[in-house]
Write a protein that binds this ligand. Structure first.
Ligand code: HXC
Length: 511
């Protein structure tokens, strides 16, 4: 080896140590991995290729001229996940707190642009003290560039973000602009205004985990989509998601779909009593290949379930009312969650399976004041806008506006199936009978007895799937255990669906 070659290797070795042994030990003592260890967890062994190791900041004020920040505090490059090309950047907290200056931002922008050019997914690993204060407006400009690239890539390549340390102030808007946000208990923190400033401004005392930890963003704010207890679990899940998004499994032919497992237990899921809840999760499990469900935002708005299954090998997005929570009603958060998920699937050509058991929109002042009208509208918009194959299965209740909203034929579902237990109507029998038979009930000798008779009468006529099937809004009424086979066959037939839409600059989804 020549002297120059040896020097090169030594230089690389030194830079790869990041902020040095002490800083690495501090990082480990907080239960965190280093930027490079995280990339090892993300990629197939030995496949990560680093770019921009020698990039150096240009700052000079406040003693920055002498400051060496290896890789300028962010490791960038590409690698492979189960053989698929993926770009990534990983902020190095050991190197000046992983702070973002002009050149750090340029490195991130470069991988974003490479990912977009090659149409490969990108994974962002955030662990940073935020804008590098010494670089002033150049640091802020760097964020602006990253946000712009997030928006340019939106809907073209999957953008995945893991928050594995602090992410504060305006910096939070890059994760917020991405498709999938992962957080880890006790490690991740994300807020616009941190606890210290909050104490100064409002006098409120709150810990950083209480203010913006993984649980808060997964359960309450909805800013995170996945929560894990360790970094290892988090990266294993990111890898699984990347495979789901990029790799179709071997798909079966038409004949084999007919033989798709018939789970007889499906026939007993819906209880005879319409007031008794059941778990929609068991319906999802009964339809999915191997019964596997990769749930998205499991802890936020659990009255609607969203996530990915494989159906006949193909990644399929599931949106399902959950009767176990709020009787499966649609509310503000459920509408936002489902609308966002539907648009994510549509952007990445993932077909949509809707499982419906919905008594309506959640009533109440807090919902009306909070804008359920405009939030609920997002769900309608997202469904009608989506041009991917759309199949709906009505398992029980499909009432009123919520019936329309949950991917009805009228919003563009390609196929709607109903189980014999389906009740497709303007509202529940009791409410309906009280309105349309009000006079008869009032004038009856025994109003309570009359009310019961009227309810029964309404139930017999209206609370079934046959009227909708007669009008062509339901294509078929099926025995529950046939669902996997029939839905699989419908998506198979729709595999090459093409829909012409009116060309426009963009629509105006209610926000
Ligand atoms: C420059 C910073 C820095 C920053 C941390 N460091 N944050 N340097 N600019 N924003 C440096 C520290 O001086 C230290 O340098 C090293 O990084 C590690 O930081 P520590 O404080 O020792 O680590 P720790 O105790 O773990 O605390 C981490 C921290 C804290 C909670 C992140 O450093 C902190 O509160 N920093 C300020 C965070 C912040 O307010 N950032 C601006 C957010 S607003 P040495 O040399 O000692 O190793 C923002 C706007 C974005 O980012 C706008 C986008 C539009």
């Amino acid at each position: 080896m020549t002297k120059e070659q040896r020097e090169l290797l030594e230089k690389k070795e030194m830079f790869r140590k990041g902020g040095g042994i002490k800083a690495i030990e501090k990082q480990h003592s907080m239960g965190k991995h280093t930027a490079r260890e995280r990339l090892e967890l993300l990629f197939d062994p030995g496949t990560f290729v680093e770019t921009g190791l020698f990039v150096k900041h240009h700052a000079s004020a406040f003693g920055m001229a002498e400051k060496v920040i290896p890789a300028d505090g962010v490791v960038t490059g590409y690698g492979y996940v189960e053989g698929h090309l993926v770009y990534a950047y990983s902020q190095d907290f050991t190197a000046l707190g992983g702070t973002l200056g002009e050149m750090h931002a340029n490195k991130i922008a470069a991988v974003q642009e490479e990912a977009l050019k090659t149409r490969a997914p990108i994974v962002a690993i955030n662990d940073s003290g935020g804008a590098r204060i010494q670089e002033g407006v150049n640091a802020l400009g760097g964020y602006g560039k990253i946000f712009t690239n997030n928006i340019r890539s939106s809907g073209i390549i999957p953008q995945i973000c893991a928050i594995l340390g602090p992410c504060a102030g305006g910096a939070v808007y890059s994760p917020a602009l991405m498709d999938f946000v992962f957080m880890v208990d006790d490690i991740s923190q994300m807020f616009i205004t941190g606890p210290r400033v909050l104490k100064e401004v409002t006098g409120e005392t709150v810990s950083s985990q209480e203010l913006g930890g993984a649980r808060i963003h997964s359960e309450i704010s909805g800013c995170a989509h996945f929560r894990d207890s360790t970094e290892e679990e988090c990266f294993a899940r990111i890898r699984k998601l990347l495979v789901l998004l990029t790799e179709p499994e071997q798909q079966k032919g038409k004949e084999e779909i007919q033989g798709l497992r018939r789970d007889q237990n499906m026939d007993y899921i819906v209880p005879a009593n319409p007031r008794q809840p059941y778990s929609m999760r068991s319906v999802i499990d009964g339809i999915a290949d191997r019964g596997e469900f990769f749930e998205y935002q499991a802890e936020f708005a659990p009255n609607i379930r969203t996530g990915f299954i494989r159906l006949n090998g193909r990644c399929t997005g599931v949106i399902a009312n959950e009767p176990m929570v709020l009787a499966g009603c649609l509310d503000i958060n459920a509408s936002d969650k489902a609308a966002r998920f539907i648009r994510t699937c549509d952007a990445f050509e993932i077909p949509l399976l809707t499982l419906e058991d919905v008594p309506g929109y959640l009533p109440g002042k807090s919902q009306e004041y909070g804008g359920i009208i405009r939030h609920g509208a997002k769900l309608l918009y997202a469904y009608a806008e989506a041009s991917v194959p759309k199949v709906t299965v009505i398992t029980r209740k499909a009432y009123g506006g919520a019936y329309i909203g949950m991917c009805s034929k009228h919003l563009g579902a390609d196929y709607v199936f109903a189980w014999p237990s389906a009740e497709i109507a303007v509202m529940g029998a009791e409410g309906a009978a009280n309105i349309i038979f009000a006079k008869e009930i009032r004038q009856a000798e025994d109003p309570e007895e009359k009310r019961k008779t009227c309810i029964r009468q309404y139930e017999e006529v209206m609370m079934n799937p046959y009227l909708a099937a007669e009008s062509g809004y339901v294509q078929d009424i099926i025995v529950p255990s046939q669902t996997r086979e029939r839905v699989g066959a419908a998506f198979h037939a729709l595999a090459h669906k093409m829909e012409q839409r009116i060309q426009k600059k963009h629509g105006n989804i209610p926000l």
